[in-house]
Design a protein. Structure first.
Length: 319
């Protein structure tokens, strides 16, 4: 029997609720911006979203998620108070790995990236076998030739396959987030951090736009900005055991930077922004960024032996 799987954990969402345990949804794609209050159980889920038929055990995520979702509230409290040990950081990082890998947004972007990687081969194969079309009209032949020339015939990738790859790599992604520099942001301004249906956004600093950090709001007064430690090529369990967290620190962001990060959260949202109550400033922020969404950007660089393909995820204005 199908079950409702929350791609954003209820334990995560409870950090952003009001006194009655409810959230106020703000919609980017709806006719209205502010919706009726909902409980965490009523948002950010899909039917059998955690199931995957590529595995012998389609519910393999049920073995992963409880260990990081159940202690979430306690871990966030400890992170905010500075009482962090290795288990606390690992469990938070492991859930952030899930947010970056297994949400509907992650599945969509992963399919786009793999499709982009396959596209040059698709184009080459179509061109080489165009003569094998068989009997057809000149009009059809001309239309297909034009479509090939304009790269209108695209590789389509099964999102469940992308999801399977992400699940397979979850542990290594968790290692990467653990072996990273964490800047914990204690928000004491009058503007709270907000959540969304895709809360782990990519933050590109103006001084270094080639590499992204990951920003995750953890509570209205707490967030984390994570910069990968590239001195470790591909972290293993041994790297995790030996890592001494050289770049971890705490900071109190200015109100202007909180605003920048909230704008990133809104722009990265697939459709829904979440907050504890109705706020005019947030309604305006969502309305002004309706046309923004995270997309996969592909860059093709010709080389002697073929082509380098670079994929980058970034929030862009689709208007």
């Amino acid at each position: 029997m199908p079950q409702d799987d929350h791609y954003i954990a209820q334990t995560y969402l409870r950090e952003f609720t009001d006194e009655s345990g409810c959230l106020t949804p703000y919609y980017k794609n709806g006719r209205i911006t502010i919706g009726k209050k909902k409980t965490p159980s009523q948002v950010c889920y899909e039917s059998d979203g955690d199931s995957n038929s590529y595995f012998d055990n389609p519910r393999i995520l049920d073995e992963y998620l409880p260990h990081i979702e159940n202690p979430w509230a306690n871990n966030i409290e400890r992170l905010g108070s500075g009482d962090v040990d290795a288990d606390c950081k690992y469990e938070i990082g492991a859930y952030i790995a899930f947010l970056r890998s297994c949400t509907p947004t992650a599945k969509r972007l992963g399919a786009q990236a793999i499709g982009a990687n396959m596209q040059p081969l698709v184009d080459k194969t179509l061109a080489e076998h165009f003569h094998e079309l068989g009997e057809t009209t000149d009009e059809v032949r001309s239309a297909i030739a034009e479509a090939i020339k304009n790269r209108e015939i695209k590789a389509v990738v099964d999102e469940e396959y992308v999801h399977a790859i992400s699940i397979q790599n979850l542990i290594h992604s968790a290692y990467r987030f653990y072996c990273s520099h964490w800047l914990v942001l204690v928000n004491t301004t009058d503007i709270p951090f907000i959540a969304s249906d895709n809360p782990a956004g990519l933050f590109y600093a103006e001084k270094n736009p080639q590499f992204a950090m990951v920003f995750v709001p953890l509570a209205p007064t707490l967030g984390v900005l994570i910069k990968p430690d590239f001195t470790i090529d591909r972290p293993t369990i041994e790297d995790v055991k030996q890592y001494n967290h050289p770049g971890d620190d705490y900071a109190h962001p200015k109100e202007s930077f909180v605003g920048t990060l909230n704008e990133l959260t809104v722009r990265s949202a697939e459709n829904m922004v979440l907050h504890s109550r109705e706020e005019k400033w947030l309604e305006a922020l969502v309305s002004n960024n309706r046309t923004w969404r995270v997309e996969n950007q592909t860059f093709e660089l010709p080389s002697e032996n073929g082509m380098y393909i670079i994929n980058r995820q970034k929030a862009v204005n689709r208007a």
